[in-house]
Ligand binder design. Structure first.
Ligand SMILES: Cc1cc2nc3c(=O)[nH]c(=O)nc-3n(C[C@H](O)[C@H](O)[C@H](O)COP(=O)(O)O)c2cc1C
Length: 181
């Protein structure tokens, strides 16, 4: 079936991260993003695409730091709260009943209930189409021990993945496709 070009994003299942930032006045902000990807191993670079109007982008632009909180299916029900456009100085972390905890290397907090945390300092940004591609240099990456088993233990971690709008993909399972010798 041929679909509208604009609907191509609905063909790609993407992990959900909740990006935490802080305003210049120190107020934390949290919002879900699924347009996101690793970019480089060395140096370790990670990127996400933000609408230029989002408080997340404003905070990253003004303070230069963010945390990508990798989240599980238990965050599914919280998506609608976290994506609500609360006034600039209101913390979505509190509104969603989540817990802020200090990060290791950057000022924006981590969300304690996340599976893993990717702490970043702003490396570059590009206005592309109707989004800004925000590139962060990864300065610290940490995962809860129970979800690490050489790679993310997907069966235990149950990462939340997004398709489009209210549609998500769940129940990730690891499979290893070994190279033929
Ligand atoms: C699952 C999910 C994924 C989202 N992904 C993105 C995204 O990749 N880029 C984007 O600009 N907005 C995305 N949004 C919308 C923002 O999270 C939403 O507009 C939010 O209010 C922005 O918050 P902020 O203004 O505090 O930064 C997504 C929302 C949901 C629920």
């Amino acid at each position: 079936m041929r679909i509208r070009e604009q609907d191509f994003t609905k063909l790609l299942v993407r992990p959900v991260v909740v990006i935490t930032t802080i305003s210049k006045n120190g107020v934390p902000n949290a919002a879900p993003f699924s347009f996101n990807s690793p970019i480089s191993f060395e140096p370790p670079l990670y990127g996400f695409a933000s609408s230029p109007e989002h408080d997340t982008w404003r905070n990253v632009r003004e303070t230069g730091e963010f945390v990508a909180n990798v989240v599980g299916e238990d965050f599914g029900e919280l998506m609608h709260i976290l994506e609500t456009d609360f006034p600039y100085e209101v913390s979505e972390i509190e509104k969603a009943g989540l817990t802020a905890m200090p990060s290791a290397c950057v000022k924006p907090p981590r969300i304690r209930e996340a599976l893993a945390w990717i702490e970043c300092k702003l490396e570059a940004s590009y206005e592309l189409g109707d989004h800004v591609w925000v590139v962060g240099r990864v300065v610290c990456a940490e995962v809860k021990d129970e979800f690490w088993d050489a790679v993310l233990n997907a069966e235990r971690a149950k990462p939340l993945c997004h398709i489009s709008g209210e549609f998500f993909a769940c129940d990730a399972r690891r499979r290893r496709f070994k190279r033929a010798r």
